[in-house]
Design a binder for this molecule. Sequence first.
Ligand SMILES: Nc1nc2c(ncn2[C@@H]2O[C@H](COP(=O)(O)OP(=O)(O)O)[C@@H](O)[C@H]2O)c(=O)[nH]1
Ligand SMILES: [Mg+2]
Length: 236
Amino acid sequence: MSTSLNPARRGTGPSTPLSSPTPATRSPSLEDDCHQPMKVILLGSSGVGKSNLIARYHSDSFSTEFMSTIGVEFVTKKIEVDGQAVWLQIWDTAGQERYAAMMKTYYRRAKGAVLVYDVTDATSFEALELWRAALGTNAAPDCVAVVAGNKCDMEPAVSAQQAQAYAQGADMAFKLTSAKTAENVRELFEELARRMVAARAAAAATAAPSTSAAAAVRLKALPTAAQRARSYANCC
Ligand SMILES: Nc1nc2c(ncn2[C@@H]2O[C@H](COP(=O)(O)OP(=O)(O)O)[C@@H](O)[C@H]2O)c(=O)[nH]1
Ligand SMILES: [Mg+2]
């Protein structure tokens, strides 16, 4: 039976805001940020199972047919990672793989990427390096990535050790997945979400010291009690 992504939660353009806008009088904080959907993109050769991975994760469905439609689409899913609510907005190349590498809009504002290959197809594994290069060129530096060796329900042509070594060398997590049996699909997206949350927290932490540094400069400019006492003692 052929199933598709739930159309009720599917979009073909920019999503509508999921939370009320931040009041103009307040500057955005990490807390506000947590209510913003985080964009996730799937990259990889045609036929590796990207659309089915999304369908399995989003609506627990699977299709034996190629799932390709015209244009870029996304689904949203709210999950909890380490006690923190995270909105994932998961985009699919929707059959446009040949052009996806050049589609800057696909990468824009992506906070996470899943690089997918088919374990039965060595060529799709070799193509990962091209997809990673496209990600590096088109996505922001804070975008984190994980590797999925999909169709792990079948006899592999690429060893898990080889894929693991590749992912590790590029500082990416690695999971063997099956959109067909659902093995490791939830774990894959949760691992990515965890890394995205960590990247967001790290970005917030590096932004914070400039504020503390400014406060330290201001504090330094003020005389300490001892300095004030000394200056009174020297007075007259
Ligand atoms: N055995 C197996 N087949 C899969 C799996 N994932 C996808 N497929 C099949 O691979 C084909 C391509 O899947 P699709 O999701 O359309 O690939 P995409 O082009 O990367 O989006 C379809 O026939 C799917 O049924 C999997 O985990 N195991
Ligand atoms: Mg597809």
